[in-house]
Design a protein around this ligand. Structure first.
Ligand SMILES: CC(C)(COP(=O)(O)OP(=O)(O)OC[C@H]1O[C@@H](n2cnc3c(N)ncnc32)[C@H](O)[C@@H]1OP(=O)(O)O)[C@@H](O)C(=O)NCCC(=O)NCCS
Length: 194
């Protein structure tokens, strides 16, 4: 693949995780990104099935990442939370961010999801149809800038009248058992954190 061609998009695999985390640290700064209110809806959860994407550069390293998460947009209203989206600086301004966004929106629609929420730069996300007007009745579990809290309906009316707190509904990440930790020699860690 030449450096000027757009890298392909695929579903993320466990082999991508370390490079994805390094890319996110580079794009946002580790402390800043983990402090975001959106992170409160993602931490300890697995992304929505079939909606964690990665793109790899010519050297096979992760060049871009985008994941979506199950949330409830107020009581009893399933939706997805999109983010974080990051493209490595070497691969920016070539349409890779847009390709990831379009893939995510198409796949979410194909999988039957009704709506997507995100917190991000409205001038970037407006091109994909995201609108601040769709989240007017919703709140996030922490500080947020309402002008950056955006929604997209994949099915007409999916966010109509949505009111209340957005809450996480994704599958909790499976934690290792105490037996696993002991087998891995993790007893020192447990003692230190107790
Ligand atoms: C935002 C980001 C994902 C865009 O990725 P990308 O692959 O460069 O995006 P694309 O090539 O599809 O689009 C580039 C266009 O988006 C514009 N753009 C990029 N970031 C933008 C932003 N924050 N706000 C408004 N427009 C933006 C570029 O100016 C360019 O505009 P043009 O098409 O008129 O030339 C990438 O810049 C990035 O990872 N930034 C750091 C992390 C971040 O801020 N992520 C989320 C945004 S809230």
């Amino acid at each position: 693949m030449s450096l000027t061609s757009a890298p392909a998009i695929s579903l993320e695999t466990p082999a991508d995780i370390a490079q994805r985390e390094a890319l996110l640290d580079l794009a946002f700064g580790r402390a800043a990104r983990l402090a975001k209110t959106s992170e409160r809806l993602r931490e300890g959860r697995t992304p929505a099935q079939g909606l964690a994407f990665a793109s790899h550069g010519p050297d096979g390293r992760v060049a871009a990442t985008l994941r979506l998460w199950h949330v409830s947009a107020g009581p009893g209203r399933p939706a997805l939370l999109l983010g974080p989206l990051a493209v490595h600086p070497w691969f920016r301004d070539r349409g890779l961010g847009a390709a990831l966004m379009n893939t995510a929106i198409c796949e979410a629609t194909r999988l039957g999801h009704g709506a997507i929420l995100l917190v991000g730069d409205a001038p970037y996300y407006a091109r994909f149809g995201f609108d601040v007007g769709l989240t007017e009745g919703l709140w996030l579990p922490g500080a947020f800038d309402r002008s950056r809290f955006l929604g997209l309906e994949l099915t007409a009316g999916a966010l109509k009248g949505a009111r209340g707190m957005v809450s996480p509904t994704g599958t909790p990440v499976e934690l290792p058992s105490l037996g696993d930790l002991v087998a891995q020699g993790g007893t020192g860690e447990l003692r230190r954190s107790a």
